[in-house]
Design a protein around this ligand. Sequence first.
Ligand SMILES: [Zn+2]
Ligand SMILES: [Zn+2]
Length: 280
Amino acid sequence: MKTGVFFHPLFASKYWPIMGNKFIKFPEAMHKALKSENVILFEPKKIEREILMKVHRSQVLDGIKGKPYEQGAYLSVGGCVEAAEKVYRGELKNAFVFNVSAGHHAGRNRAWGGTYISCTGPMLKKLKETCRLNKAAILDTDSHHGDGTRDIFAEDNDVLHVCFCSSDNVDKSGTKVDVDVKWDTSDTRYLKQVRTEYFSRVRDFKPEIIIHELGHDTCSGDYGDRGLTKDFFIQLVKEVKSLAEDVCHGRYIIITMGGARPDISEYIHPPMIDILSQSH
Ligand SMILES: [Zn+2]
Ligand SMILES: [Zn+2]
């Protein structure tokens, strides 16, 4: 089975709010990774408003109408939903989804911080409706709290959402968790926290798919700097991929989240695609 990569040329051609022009050298920057016979490149289509309306109030969608980032957000979420269906149905083993203006700060009533519609909301809504998904586990390793994702799944105990940010908190159901990773951490310490706080919960929760909101704003020198090296991100993906192989038949989708530095994106994203496409 193959790894799907979802990328639209528009993502490289603009300067996006908060995330900047970090994909300016793509898809060329992942040229080698795309040469693998185990990788398929998809050009995403815009998500239908109808699906978004099941997640967001119309004011969220009306608020971005005609804005320069509207199309980027719709294409990004289109890629997320298509990836989710293909991975869940077994048409792809796993997927890497490029995203420019959607993500974890988009909640039911409000969206901000460079992410204007939700990625995970429409993905899981669609999987529940068309594929009878029961349980999913979201991992958020962006530097900032995933308030929008949390808001969307607040009352859904079939979604485990573990967010590595700046507070320690576990809700009554045990499915909504925040982990304080501190501002001055290290690769070793952060990875240890992910293993302790996410891996163990995922093994107990037994999700059918893992979705990773993966920001690199935590990288040293990026805007949410927590002192991590570039190699941290590659190791993280190796470990989460192996977890997904243990618990959910390898169903693992990475969505890019925060981070604005092109050099970091170019260093970490192509090897992540290599890792996803390797058989073990
Ligand atoms: Zn962030
Ligand atoms: Zn959080």
